[in-house]
Design a protein around this ligand. Structure first.
Ligand code: ADP
Length: 331
């Protein structure tokens, strides 16, 4: 039966959000559903700001980074009044199903909204951090790994030329997925991750021990430490100062920053976004509500929304690889 569906993108933007919007538009059109796009994250819901979405919006969309619906944070939506107003606006537009592409914060918001609105709610995981439980990967994660990897490759060139130590900060909020994979794929020499952090003194000892061992083996060489954001108290400058104090000079900090959120999505993100968008629309009108769609072992899954922000562990096989290849101690 034909339904009225709304979609929005919320929180940190991620490459592949547009590819997902495209898939949702096409799947809705094929199923005979009407589709509306709320603008600027949850602000659009609070302010009843939306556009109609149809086939003509989809041209050249799959390869565009960012999100045509724009994304934002919205403090008002976090209040009961904001959620109530949003629920009223959805009812005024006679929306049956709301689809939200975003991260764990956006899903908490969606859950909050569902206490005020009885329509169907479906989350699609979109964040470069990959910190969403219940899915192997999130939309944007693979592109961000590639972006970080190629940036670290470039840092390596200059680090090699000057035989310097570089500290490269990679995003991930409080999760180490992006830093771990960026470090492994760029052959970094050491990685600091929130999940494996052994404390400042121990990590400093490990890094210095490894730098000295490499220098003893090969002479002065470049040394790249990938640092997950929020892991080192005081950030890269504090870590740089701590290394200087222990006799490691000429340390250069590089923060990759928001470049990791941009760019045309790589094929893995386009495929994931397309699968999840089409799958979400296939669930419209079903009993499933307050859910997130994800992929596990390449197969679509449905998980309860409130399990998505539970802790998601790093891949244990990759952790073993770091220990054997990168963070090895030579003492
Ligand atoms: P992300 O979805 O990338 O994790 P945020 O954590 O910034 O991004 O959340 C995006 C938006 O979701 C917030 O600006 C807010 O409007 C809404 N939100 C986040 N947490 C909650 C919450 N606990 N209750 C209600 N709304 C929330």
């Amino acid at each position: 039966m034909s339904k009225r569906i709304a979609i929005l993108t919320s929180g940190g933007d991620a490459p592949g959000m547009n590819a997902c919007i495209r898939a949702v538009i096409i799947a809705c059109q094929k199923a005979g559903h009407e589709l509306y796009g709320y603008l600027h994250g949850y602000n659009g819901l609070v302010n009843q700001e939306y556009i109609s979405l149809s086939f003509d919006t989809t041209h050249n969309l799959i390869q565009q980074g960012g999100t045509i619906l724009h994304s934002a944070r919205c403090k008002t939506f976090e209040t009961d009044d904001g959620a109530q107003k949003s629920a009223e606006n959805l009812s005024k537009l006679a929306i049956d199903t709301l689809i939200v592409i975003g991260g764990d914060g956006s899903f908490r918001g969606l859950k909050h909204l569902s206490t005020f609105w009885s329509g169907q709610t479906i989350g699609i995981p979109g964040t470069i951090d990959n910190d969403i439980n219940g899915t192997d990967a999130t939309i944007g994660y693979y592109t961000a790994i590639d972006t970080a990897m190629s940036s670290i490759d470039k840092v390596r060139d200059t680090a090699d030329a000057f035989e310097r130590v570089f500290l490269v900060e990679v995003m991930g909020r409080h999760a180490g997925f992006l830093a771990l994979n960026a470090a492994l794929s760029s052959a970094a020499d050491y990685v600091l991750l929130p999940e494996l952090f052994e404390g400042c003194e121990q990590e400093l000892d490990n890094i210095i021990c490894q730098i000295k061992a490499q220098r003893a083996l090969k002479g002065t060489v470049s040394f790249i430490v990938v640092v997950a954001e929020n892991v080192w108290p005081g950030g890269l400058s504090a870590l740089s100062t701590a290394l200087n104090a222990k006799g490691i000079d000429d340390v250069r900090p590089v923060t990759l920053g928001h470049v990791q959120r941009g760019g045309s999505p790589v094929s893995e993100d386009r495929l994931l976004a397309t699968h999840l968008g089409a799958y979400a629309v296939s669930l419209v009108g079903s009993e499933n509500t307050n859910i997130m769609v994800g992929e596990v072992n390449k197969l679509p899954v449905v998980v309860p929304l409130d399990t998505c922000w539970q802790n998601k562990p790093l891949n244990s096989a990759q952790v073993d690889i770091i220990r054997s290849l990168m963070n090895a101690r030579y003492d």
